[in-house]
Write a protein that binds this ligand. Structure first.
Ligand code: NAD
Length: 366
């Protein structure tokens, strides 16, 4: 059975632990106080969609508690993770005036979290950052773990820094306004966390598949998300800078990055591409370990993520070439994350071309 925690801890070395606090955004000032941030100026970065819903209540809550918030709203979408948008933030924030104790509060999805997090990592050689995730991906993935950054013309996330948040303030009710396609894309990452590290969470999702995927039932979501976040928190705690175990979070991502790149970024959402990639990785895992992997159950759950485009229309040779140039490869070896069994994953580079082709055919059929 899965319970509903009010907080999940992210234990890090050298006393830099932080918590994910499940509460209302109205409680933000109290939590800032709890983690030792001194009342004064603060910067809130959000995007237009999220800002339209939550900028006002957050500003009011902060002002009422004695903070002086400066709210900056960026355009929504991946294009805001750019050097140009970062420069806009630098100019605005430095002109307004901050000191090294001024927190940057990232209120939004992964784009805002990565952009504002990187601004916080670099301004004055690092100011505190507080992540307030509002998309499902941000709740279970991007707001946790300290990776921040922007894109470069030659690829995604190529410029960045590790900068851990002081605290993550997670108001699950913000998910009520998230568009359905963003929701189901985020579910791909939730399912990924279950499959690589939490078999009980997988059973929970399987049991309530329609109610979480389509119905977005509040009681179920409030159990599922902290549990999925805990998987990421535990893996990050073991391997903060991705030198070892953290790589298993890339389950499904070797195929996914290739799909996104070949189809053109934005055609498939990241989560849709990851769902296809996980089906391919599942096929390869089951081929090696037939008895241990409940392939039909996992595949049934992965196929519940709706696809807006038909991946079988992509050319396999293009996808294969794109996998070869993935930035997570070590030298020429393409690395894949596979399952030993449900809830346990490992990294390998040892897969034949013929097996990859079979996996692709499996993953791209409806
Ligand atoms: P996003 O921030 O673009 O959000 C998706 C869309 O949903 C946007 O249009 C946004 O305005 C909207 N939105 C978000 N919350 C909303 C809400 N509550 N109500 C209404 N609309 C809302 O993208 P995302 O899917 O959250 O995250 C993807 C980004 O995260 C990518 O740039 C990816 O590289 C990054 N990422 C980073 C990490 C990391 O470890 N740092 C991990 C995974 C993904």
């Amino acid at each position: 059975m899965i319970d509903t925690p009010s907080s999940v801890s992210v234990p890090l070395k050298r006393g830099r632990d932080y918590a994910i606090r499940y509460t209302s955004l109205r409680d933000l000032p109290g939590i800032l106080h709890d983690v030792g941030l001194r009342t004064g100026k603060c910067v809130v970065v959000t995007d237009e969609n999220v800002g339209a819903q939550y900028r006002s209540p957050v500003r009011t809550a902060l002002s009422s508690a004695g903070w002086i918030p400066h709210v900056i709203t960026v355009p929504p979408g991946e294009k805001s993770k750019s050097a140009d948008q970062l420069q806009v933030l630098y100019d605005d924030i430095l002109e307004w005036g901050i000191d090294r104790d001024t927190p940057v509060i990232a209120l939004g999805g992964g784009v805002v979290g990565d952009l504002a997090g990187y601004a916080a990592a670099t301004l004055l050689r690092g100011v505190p950052v507080v992540q307030c995730p509002t998309s499902l991906i941000a709740h279970v993935d991007s707001a946790l773990g300290g990776k921040t950054g922007i894109n470069h013309a030659t690829g995604k996330n190529l410029i960045g820094a590790f900068h851990q948040p002081n605290v993550v303030v997670a108001d699950l009710d913000t998910l009520g306004t998230l568009p359905q396609r963003e929701w189901t894309s985020g579910m791909a990452e939730v399912i990924k966390h279950a499959v690589i590290a939490d078999a009980d969470l997988f059973s929970f999702i399987e049991e309530h598949l329609v109610d979480v995927m389509t119905g977005r039932r509040r009681d179920l979501i409030h159990k599922m998300i902290p549990r999925a976040a805990k998987v990421k928190a535990e893996i990050v705690a073991e391997d903060e800078k991705e030198s070892g175990r953290r790589a298993i979070l890339n389950f499904g991502h070797t195929f996914a990055h290739a799909i996104e790149s070949v189809a053109g970024y934005g055609t498939f959402t990241h989560g849709e591409a990851v769902a296809i990639g996980m089906r391919a990785a599942l096929f390869l895992s089951a081929q090696r370990n037939t008895q241990a992997i409940p392939r039909e159950n996992i595949d049934y759950v992965l196929r519940a993520i709706p696809q807006q485009h038909d991946p079988s229309e992509l050319d396999w040779q293009d996808v294969r070439r794109a996998m070869q140039s993935d930035k997570k490869n070590k030298g020429d070896v393409v690395r894949f994350v596979l399952l030993d069994r449900l809830g346990q994953a490992y990294v390998t580079g040892d897969i034949s071309d013929a097996a990859l082709r079979q996996a692709w055919d499996f993953a791209t059929r409806p």
